[in-house]
Design a protein. Structure first.
Length: 610
């Protein structure tokens, strides 16, 4: 059987498999496996607030134990050299809270030694220290975030709270409430972590007055109101677990009780985020139901699944139902536009983003020509997407024009990555690809011209692009190439040629591609010793878009995707989603179904007649 025949057979097989996984409501629900901090925080919070759910604590504990390395550490990503200090501290504390394992156990002693040898709790991330401070495990950090100082700086430079990125606001609002009050919850189950704090730091903390720095009442009321207005129906803050944890403690700091409905609702909302990964239970930071369903639907339609079939109509109905009709925070920088975007999670109703919107619109497109109701929703979505383009020509993740470069100099750890929402190559490229291939909007449009210019200006000297929300240069280059080609740039263009040459140069001997999460930290390409299915699919799909004929590199990549022996272990489970550099990475269980099938479909469609 020749390669094309194998591709066609495989497309049919994978299509049937995906259709079998559809839920009764028309959605697809794959696991979103992220950093272990959500599991650790959940265990600590349940114990601290004396929430009786011993089964859940034991379920989450199993994943933490399963992720510990032989040297006693926990990692942020599999090939991290030694271990991750913050992840190890969080898992260590959570296990002590759980009561499942003793601090005298050899693995726990190894973990404690690693933490001490690497600087102790003082050297952990700001989020770790803040969460530990809320739970009375660590003194409140004085210098990293000073609410009074932060508000003074904002006032001095004429900065609005909404100039921070939306994700940053959701996390900082409750932290500022708690930090202003130096709030801590004490509980009899709290373990002692003094052995993880240096003697010098303990002396400093003991001699230092842990004085409160109350915010002006108007600021405190503003922050509390900001939080409460963004609580979703499921009780979470903007449908994120991390922001919901902080919200619980922030509201407790200003007088709420654990029995208050908003606190009770938040905890039950967090419990609903727990998902079985196939091996262990895990608290997802934000279930990707809308994202996965949109991508799967679009992929199935690309593979030839009949749009009129009952299954595809059900998936359309699910996607359409979750188009957002309420004004979200994006309106502050884009006030004259009707809502029309989509969010990541089923519970997300006021926090749409560019990536989910372009993905949902791909499904809607197939039905908009014949159904007026769909057509109306589709046009609103396209209008919202176009309106969210930044002044610099690119597209952000959540909000328009919230990328003030000087914010990186604020006295906050990782300010450049955590506080801003800049244009990125991955979002700009994929939006261009949608607008060009679906809407037919190309270089004659000023929107497209400025986006193409932005992409070309931000191409790396080696021909790649950095992708913010995936790993990392393969991801960004895939989006950059496919976006430029859809916009009307030819394959002979120097930017496209350089990108193709770079992708070809990093292909592995087995025909695949693999990139380490280290790229996200070092901000240059770092090779992974092995190929991954998802990154191979991205690379192959990019080359297909740019090459008029199937090259040897494309053929080898397709063969890698066809070989079933590659769909096991590290090749499929390496995290290829990025949240926060060095800290938060994600393994999307859906990606090994979606991206290889899409690449195979594009291969058949482009080269099938040859």
């Amino acid at each position: 059987m020749n390669r094309l025949a194998k591709v066609i057979t495989e497309i049919d097989r994978r299509t049937d498999r995906l259709l079998d996984l559809q839920q009764p409501d028309g959605s697809w629900r794959f696991s979103f496996e992220n950093a272990l901090l959500t599991d650790a925080y959940m265990i600590i919070m349940l114990r601290t607030l004396e929430w009786d759910d011993e089964m859940l604590i034991r379920q989450l504990t199993r994943r933490l134990l399963a992720k510990q390395t032989k040297n006693g550490t926990w990692k942020a990503y599999p090939d991290e050299r030694m271990g991750n200090l913050s992840a190890t501290a969080e898992a260590y504390a959570a296990l002590l809270y759980s009561g499942v394992i003793s601090g005298d156990a050899i693995p726990m002693k190894k973990a404690a030694r690693f933490i001490r040898e690497n600087g102790g709790l003082k050297k952990t991330s700001l989020l770790t220290k803040v969460f530990f401070a809320f739970n009375g495990l660590y003194p409140w950090p004085d210098r990293e975030v000073d609410p009074s100082r932060l508000f003074r700086i904002m006032k001095k430079v004429n900065m609005n709270f909404y100039d921070l990125g939306s994700y940053a606001r959701a996390h900082f609002a409750p932290v500022l409430l708690g930090m202003a009050e130096k709030f801590q919850v004490h509980n009899s189950r709290k373990p002692c972590l003094k052995h993880l704090i240096s003697e010098e730091d303990r002396r400093k903390a003991k001699g230092k007055k842990n004085s409160k720095r109350p915010l002006y009442s108007i600021q405190s009321a503003f922050l509390e109101n900001y939080i409460l207005k963004r609580v979703e129906e499921d009780g979470t803050l903007l449908s994120y677990a991390t922001s919901t944890f902080l919200m619980i403690y922030g509201l407790l700091a200003v007088g709420y009780k654990p029995t208050d409905p908003v606190i009770h609702g938040a905890i039950t909302g967090l419990i609903c985020l727990v998902h079985h990964t196939g091996k262990t239970f895990h608290l997802q930071n934000s279930p990707p139901t809308v994202w996965d369903t949109s991508l799967v639907s679009y992929t199935l339609l690309s593979s030839g699944a009949p749009p009129s079939s009952s299954q595809m109509r059900k998936s359309l109905s699910f996607v359409q139902k979750h188009q957002q009709t309420r004004l979200g925070d994006w309106k502050f920088h884009n006030p004259d536009v009707m809502p029309g975007g989509w969010g990541f999670s089923k519970s997300n109703t006021i926090h749409p983003d560019i990536d989910d919107t372009q993905a949902a619109l791909r499904t809607m497109f197939h039905y908009a020509k014949t159904d007026r109701t769909i057509q109306h929703a589709y046009k609103r979505g396209v209008g919202w997407l176009l309106s969210m383009q930044n002044k610099d020509g690119g597209w952000p993740a959540f909000e328009k024009d919230t990328n003030k470069r000087w914010m990186a100099k604020l006295p906050i750890e990782n300010a450049g990555d955590a506080l801003t929402d800049p244009s990125t190559a991955d979002l700009t490229g994929r939006t261009l690809e949608f607008l060009g291939n679906y809407e037919g909007i190309r270089l004659s449009s000023p929107h497209i011209q400025s986006a193409v210019q932005w992409l070309k200006q931000h191409q790396e000297s080696n021909g790649s692009w950095y992708g913010r929300w995936g790993i990392c240069y393969i991801y960004g280059t895939w989006a950059g190439i496919t976006g430029l080609m859809a916009a009307g740039i030819t394959h002979k263009d120097s930017a496209v040629q350089k990108a193709v040459e770079w992708l070809t140069s990093i292909q592995k001997c087995d025909g695949g591609w693999g990139e380490s999460c280290k790229s996200d930290i070092n901000k240059h390409y770092c090779d992974l010793p092995y190929s991954t299915i998802t990154q191979t699919a991205w690379a192959v799909d990019a080359l297909i878009a740019a090459c008029p004929k199937p090259t040897d590199s494309i053929k080898r990549g397709i063969d890698y995707l066809l070989h079933r022996g590659n769909y096991n272990g590290i090749h499929v489970s390496y995290p290829t989603g990025a949240g926060l550099p060095g800290t938060f990475y994600m393994y999307y269980h859906s990606y090994n179904y979606i991206w290889p099938l899409l690449a195979l479909c594009h291969y058949k469609d482009k080269y099938g007649n040859n």
